[in-house]
Design a protein around this ligand. Sequence first.
Ligand SMILES: [Zn+2]
Length: 237
Amino acid sequence: MEDLQNWLEDLLELQSTDSRLDRMKEQISSAPKQKKEAQDNLDAQQAAAVEAKDEVRKVELKIKELATDVEKLEAQRQKVLEQSTSVKDNNTYRAMVDEAESLKDKISDKEDEELLLMEELDGVKEVFKSKQALLKEAVNRVEQMMGDLDTRVSNCEKQVGILEEKRKEQAEKIDPELLTKYTRLKSSHGGRKVALVELNGDKCGYCHLKLTAQEINLASKRVVMTTCANCGSLIYK
Ligand SMILES: [Zn+2]
């Protein structure tokens, strides 16, 4: 049983490799989610820019409509004024001048409205410009991020290959029964970070339950692999 101390060292080394493998795999598996989040964010910025552009178009259209209205009213007014010059009847003439006057008021109202819309147009154009700038920034950022993520994933995949080779060699040195115990424990509850745990004073380093004096004694002697009665962790001191 003199080998046990080596087992312990071997198993600790294996566990260290497994921890690194876990981290690498976590990086790889989290990449698609991170990419999707970045893409969703970009899509939202894109939608905001499109929406801002639509606002600009809407206001521009309203201004165009108003300008057309003004043109029509002006033509109408000119026609009335022209016709009034050939009217002989005084009352009819008066009525036509009044009509021309009322058309002028309408034109004036439309022009006021147009001015307000011009101001609104400046505002929505500013909004569009800022949304566009944000979008451009987001496109650059996301492009960079996607590239970085791809690099990270490919680096991690290389590391996983190397570490798995290493793990295989390390695992071969370990007693099969112990290895099975370790592996089963490590993958229990959807996978835990460590299976082999150092004693923390007189407590299990994983679940913090107090161990018996006999268990502590065994753990320090390292002659038999001690197990925490509560969480099943392999204990050493
Ligand atoms: Zn425990």
